[in-house]
Design a protein around this ligand. Structure first.
Ligand SMILES: Nc1ncnc2c1ncn2[C@@H]1O[C@H](COP(=O)(O)OP(=O)(O)O)[C@@H](O)[C@H]1O
Ligand SMILES: CC(=O)N[C@@H](CCC(=O)OP(=O)(O)O)C(=O)O
Length: 258
């Protein structure tokens, strides 16, 4: 039997940080038909609030070094401020949103990242996503809104990159649904020239990806996003698209193909 379609949207920190872009995203998200899940970041909001509290933010390879004080900040910002703003915003658009961290209903378990050259502190690598719990909610037309926080099963919250949460959740849900994973951010897609918004690469396969990385066309935060995208296709996700938030549901952005 054919699986039902599910759209999993990941929205990045720049969009959630600005009221107008967030509202537009929530409006677009509310228009998506069928089953859906939203995973949000909020890195910029965490950095801003940490600064207000006099806590310095340190990032290595797109990952936040999460010491004890930073863990308090991200727990408050991702699990509270950002998540609940989104949930309330979606309720206003008639979407029955339910905010979740990975600890809620044991949805995402992780393991503290082992210390090698770098000590990332309280950062978690995903070990298990309870897709059946999410399915139970989704099939009741409840829309999960997932914060980038996980737990280790021993009482500790861990900070986990939102792109990774989106990829792991999309992979786990593909057991039950025909999943499209959409990474929404502030540009029209993966660009050939980062400063030319109209240079969108319409389709990206692994060979082209390698070429663009070697040429320095694709860098920074786009690298882990694309690594997650390719892995998701290998692990059962039907379709992965990287696009502007307003491109949701339209035939725009960059389609990732294996
Ligand atoms: N070729 C490229 N096309 C588009 N963005 C790119 C490219 N290379 C690097 N980037 C960078 O990747 C960033 C997206 O990664 P990130 O900041 O982690 O996104 P998010 O907002 O989803 O967390 C963009 O803001 C851009 O600066
Ligand atoms: C471990 C780690 O790096 N966690 C991320 C989680 C938030 C995130 O990924 O937010 P964006 O999608 O807005 O970048 C962080 O604290 O920045």
């Amino acid at each position: 039997m054919a699986k039902n379609k599910l759209t999993l949207i990941k929205v990045g920190g720049k969009i959630v940080e600005e009221e107008a872009t967030l509202k537009q995203l929530l409006n677009d998200f509310s228009q998506i038909e069928g089953h859906k899940v939203l995973v949000h970041g909020g890195g910029r909001s965490a950095t801003r609030i940490a600064e207000q509290l006099g806590i310095e933010s340190k990032m290595v390879g797109g990952r936040r070094i999460t010491d004890a004080k930073t863990l308090e900040v991200v727990t408050m910002v991702y699990g509270g401020l950002v998540n609940k703003n989104i949930v309330a915003g979606l309720q206003a658009f008639g979407v029955n949103a339910l905010g979740l961290t990975g600890a809620d209903m044991d949805v995402i378990r992780s393991e503290k990242r082992p210390v090698k050259e770098i000590d990332y502190g309280f950062a978690g690598d995903v070990k298990a996503v309870k897709a059946e719990t999410l399915k139970m909610l989704i099939d009741k037309n409840i829309v999960p809104i997932m914060a980038p926080l996980t737990h280790d099963g021993k009482g500790h919250i861990l900070n986990t990159n939102a792109d990774t949460i989106a990829a792991e959740t999309a992979q786990a849900l593909s057991e039950y649904y025909d999943v499209t994973l959409v990474y929404c951010f502030e540009k029209k897609g993966v660009l050939k020239d980062e400063h030319d918004d109209d240079s969108v690469i319409p389709q990206l396969d692994k060979d082209l990806y390698k070429k663009y990385v070697d040429e320095g066309v694709i860098t920074g935060g786009m690298l882990p996003k694309l690594d997650n995208a390719f892995r998701s296709l290998e692990k059962g996700v039907t379709e992965v698209v990287i696009t502007l938030a307003s491109g949701i549901g339209k035939d725009t952005g960059t389609r990732i193909v294996n």
